[in-house]
Ligand binder design. Sequence first.
Ligand SMILES: Cc1cc2nc3c(=O)[nH]c(=O)nc-3n(C[C@H](O)[C@H](O)[C@H](O)COP(=O)(O)OP(=O)(O)OC[C@H]3O[C@@H](n4cnc5c(N)ncnc54)[C@H](O)[C@@H]3O)c2cc1C
Length: 349
Amino acid sequence: MLTARELHRAGVDVLVIERGPLGGESSWAGGGIISPLYPWRYSPAVNRLAELSKQMYPGLAQQLQDESGVDCELITSGLLYTGLDEQYQARSWAKTWSVELQTVADTEHMQQIEPQVNSFYDCGLWLPDIMQIRNPNMMKALKGSFEAHAIPYLEHTPVTELLTDAGVVRGVKTAYESHRADVVIIASGAWSAGFIKNEKNVDVEPVKGQMIMFKGEPGMIRRMVLSSGHYIIPRKDGRVLAGSTLELVGFDKAITNDATIELRAMAVQIIPALAELDIERQWAGLRPGTEQGIPYICQHPDLAGLYINAGHYRNGVVLGAASARLMAEMLLGQKTSVDSAPYALDAVH
Ligand SMILES: Cc1cc2nc3c(=O)[nH]c(=O)nc-3n(C[C@H](O)[C@H](O)[C@H](O)COP(=O)(O)OP(=O)(O)OC[C@H]3O[C@@H](n4cnc5c(N)ncnc54)[C@H](O)[C@@H]3O)c2cc1C
């Protein structure tokens, strides 16, 4: 949706073809943290897109609100990490990317930042500038932006195959009809490997993530907190998300009791006050998994007219804005905002 909007704004005729409702899959299900969880564990290829997106998000969220009337709830709630195990890597990363990072040396300081955090944690790292966005709102706002700009889209219309002719893409076939186009972009998240039939395909597979949501009061928790891979995300209206699982179970999106137990236990360990709250909802999404989390943003080397923007794994929201910008620049033959080489089909992903 971001790619289509970017191209439309550049004057390109686009048509978005979506199998379900627009924005109903992983991009709806995610936590909306505008940062990789442990950014220092990722390559510069991921960090470069993340840092560009972080600059773009305030303007993008405002534009989407102006166009759609929907508040994406982009808020700078900061991200508090428990523990100092990776502080040297984190410090070096923060210096490289000019990100503010503070060391938190005792429980008192931890609780000054987030009063609800468990007193059991006596040290950590604090990144005050990390933002979050509320995924379902962002999807609604993007759809509203499509309406405002009259960007055409088809919902409940699965693409069944690419139309090709002598090494050139001519369009796509859906369950209902064929659509001719000079350019086709595969941006189908976890399902992106299903279209290319030759050996040069994307290596993207679904990685299920489950999330639970508590119903709390606004302001009860103010900061995002990350501890041993589990995170807490407080929303503006008092809802609190706790995530997430990492499961390799194919395209199965069922929620499980085991996940409820695991996520609730971790949430209560991080913020003990959550023990008093009911779980209002649980859901699962399928992340478009790649081994290193480096997305494919490229032209297919053998099929003229075929482009790919997929495989953003755990970071498709934070990387999304910059990825759409890069894809549009590549397609329009413009100078790119970042070097596109790491996102090529044959690069490491
Ligand atoms: C629990 C969880 C937490 C997450 N937290 C974060 C986070 O905090 N920050 C972050 O940056 N990222 C996060 N992510 C990752 C992020 O959500 C994804 O990387 C991102 O949403 C991927 O976007 P996408 O557009 O590629 O895929 P999707 O949003 O899945 O969209 C792909 C679309 O393609 C459609 N499609 C598939 N096949 C076809 C077909 N044949 N024809 C037509 N349409 C088709 C699908 O219906 C779908 O709507 C999280 C993910 C999960 C599951």
